[in-house]
Write a protein that binds this ligand. Structure first.
Ligand SMILES: [Mg+2]
Length: 298
């Protein structure tokens, strides 16, 4: 319900919100409805300035999801590549993400310290990341699971954590990569015991209870001839996505000169893309090699 409206304002209101903004720019007094006060109920969730903002997504009930969709155990390469495709889409579609790290059914996205995207509102960061990721998961599913139909819509929960300096951000990412290592080592032995030694899941779990990393490595080596260090880096280290310059070669039809018409030529252009790496991010080497990620102006 609009309380007093002059002609100019009414004309503006009749059109879109773009026009509405234009009215505000022109300094036209806007009429307010008596309902406007409910806006004051919205809480302020601005992320602290100058801090790294991390959004972490995690697949909802993916234990069941992986079983229903016949994921290979301990790692399904299609599922891991699909997760990374979704994360790349998030980085390309949204703004200000400098690095992402993913493993299993989770992905973390780090926004620039000085990002002012949506005025640093946590709910905007989180919901944009989660919805873009989830829709991409469904959209690209068939590209990775050709023979496996998607049986029901997957979901992802999200959280926002703000880290005050480079050390805490690096420790956060180290924590996630250490988690990847611990889980993958456990799962690799667990599934070897089940798939190759014929143990039931409960028996395999019992066998591994109280074992240390060295014990698990030893079981893998002596019983299955597996050297854990030779397992694929993708499984042991997870995936880091960083922006890198990539040469893209495309073929283009040449228009001119006339004698060249109809001929195709390879055109190379450089684009900056989120590139997946499977490397250690706990040590200093990675951060020295890619020092631009933690740059002050970032
Ligand atoms: Mg999960």
């Amino acid at each position: 319900m609009w309380v007093s409206c002059n002609v100019k304002v009414r004309d503006c209101l009749a059109s879109t919100s773009v026009t509405l903004k234009r009215c505000l720019k022109l300094g036209v007094t806007m009429a307010k409805s008596k309902f406007e006060y409910v806006r004051d109920f919205e809480t302020d969730d601005t992320c602290l300035p100058h801090c790294w903002v991390v959004v972490r997504l995690d697949g909802r009930n993916f234990h069941r999801f992986s079983e229903k969709h016949n994921f290979a155990k301990p790692n399904d390469i299609r599922a891991l590549h699909l997760m990374t495709k979704c994360a790349q889409t998030v980085m390309e579609e949204l703004e200000d993400i400098v690095i992402a790290y993913g493993q299993s059914d989770e992905y973390s996205f780090v926004f620039k310290r000085k990002s002012n995207w949506f005025k640093r509102r946590a709910s905007k960061f989180m919901t944009h990341v989660a919805s873009q990721f989830a829709s991409s998961y469904v959209f690209y599913w068939r590209d990775y699971f050709e023979d496996q139909p998607l049986l029901y819509p997957p979901g992802f929960d999200g959280r926002v954590v703000v880290y005050p300096n480079n050390q805490t951000l690096k420790d956060y990412l180290s924590w996630r990569q250490a988690d990847c290592h611990i889980n993958n080592l456990y799962n690799t032995v667990f599934w070897a015991l089940v798939q190759q030694s014929g143990l039931t899941p409960a028996q395999a779990q019992g066998r591994l209870q109280g074992t240390l990393a060295a014990d698990k490595n030893e079981i893998l080596y002596s019983e299955f001839n597996i050297n854990y260090n030779n397992e694929p880096l993708l499984y042991r280290k997870g995936t880091v996505l960083i922006w890198q310059k990539v040469d893209e070669v495309t073929t283009k039809e040449v228009k001119l000169p006339a004698e060249m018409e109809g001929k195709k030529m390879a055109v190379t252009r450089t684009r900056t893309k989120p590139v997946p790496l499977h490397c250690d991010i706990i040590g200093d080497a990675f951060w020295k090699e890619h020092s631009e990620i933690l740059d002050e102006d970032s």
